[in-house]
Design a binder for this molecule. Sequence first.
Ligand code: AMP
Length: 284
Amino acid sequence: MLLTRTIAETRAVIADARTQGKRIGFVPTMGYLHEGHLKLIDIAKGHSDFVVVSIFVNPTQFSPTEDFAKYPRDFERDRRLCESRGTDLIFAPEVSEIYPERSLITLQIEKLADRLCGMRRPGHFNGVLLVVSKLFNIVQPNVAVFGQKDAQQLTIIKRFVQDLNFPVRIIAAPTVRESDGLAMSSRNIYLSPEQRAQSTVLYQALQRAKTLIEAGQRDAQKIVLEMQQLIATASEAKIDYIEIVSVSDLQPVKRLDGERQVLIALAVYFGRARLIDNIVLKIS
Ligand code: AMP
């Protein structure tokens, strides 16, 4: 497995792989890897011949009050995990390599960033798109894999690639969970044992919504109310949002009757950890 720190080295290594006729698969991450990330690597391997994993905590997607400085980092562990899953190249640049100076270009997203995490984290998705476009231009992958866990990010990136004609196929990877249902996240490390025990309410609330919908409930407000009540049983939980939106444009849904598929998404604070999760449900 190769490791590069600069854009020039990365381009040279990947150009070499490409001249050998290899298709490039790409998994962008912020490191502190877990089984969810490793699944993305497996999927990338299944769709390409040379897998590049980037490890870069991107400052432009954090607001000044968020956890950029405290975001967990353990490069040696990440390196071992990447190697164990057959990664070909880790690209782990310094911030100064990606942002030698402040970018004067910003990418604005209409509509898709108005709700859910975009509404609570202004500028977050602009920062995500800035770094993803830089990384796509450096790696020039044939395919790139993103997790369904960050459903809004996935929707925005798919649309971004389509709108700006990036020659990259975006592949969605299902959410990997702990055995009790908690979606794996680098931020789960912030949870105290008590908060970790209570955090299973997120998945339970999503499952409750599924059960209600399967039983015929079509009123979004009623479903959200039941989810709120369930999450309120966890004393340390503070709900940021629970929303039911249309999968295609992320706009809120009042009644589910007219929809083919809905995204049920939530964000809940446990102490300083802000956890997100979601499910996509077909409406029959
Ligand atoms: P992050 O390092 O948190 O920026 O995540 C990097 C990529 O891994 C993103 O595409 C995430 O959606 C994906 N990811 C994070 N957690 C999970 C998970 N539990 N299951 C599947 N994909 C995940």
